[in-house]
Each structure stands twice: as C-alpha cells, then as structure tokens.
Design a protein around this ligand. Sequence first.
Ligand SMILES: [Zn+2]
Length: 88
Amino acid sequence: MEERFYYLNREPSKDGFRYVHAYECELKPAPLYQIKLGFFRNSQEILKEAHKYYAKVALCQDCCPIKDEVTTHAFLYHQNKQLKSSLN
Ligand SMILES: [Zn+2]
C-alpha cells in the first residue's frame, strides 16, 4: 500500500469521534484543526499515532485504508461500549 500523509481533526464530530483524514481527502479539517500525524501505510499505525492525542478516534471511510472490521467506526464504537461495561 502506498504511503500517505494523514491529519487528525482536532474538533470532534457529532458522534464524539475525531476523524483521521489523508492529505488528499476533501473532508480533511481546516488548517486550524489539523494535527499532523505523519506518513503511514496502514490503519493500525495511523490509529496508534492518533490515540496519543485522543482516546476516541476513527478513520474517515472515504480516504483511509480500511480493509477489515478492526478499524471501522462500528467496531471502535462496539469496543468503547465493551470497555465501559467492563468497568462496571
Ligand atoms: Zn477523509
């Protein structure tokens, strides 16, 4: 897979997640809200870097290399719910 530059949106979306976008994505955040994550080839590396900034991060489904369930929004949502319920 080709290496691309990714940004994290500093501003959370309505669902509470902050989304990662590639440099080329037309949905990428305005410069004021961009956190520069760097160059990555796969979604695991992107998420690892993004999690250093915020706990609730997800990948833009338009531009990010989403190949499996592990990195989809639905999976992360499910994972967060499990985390919460395991704390109770
Ligand atoms: Zn995007």
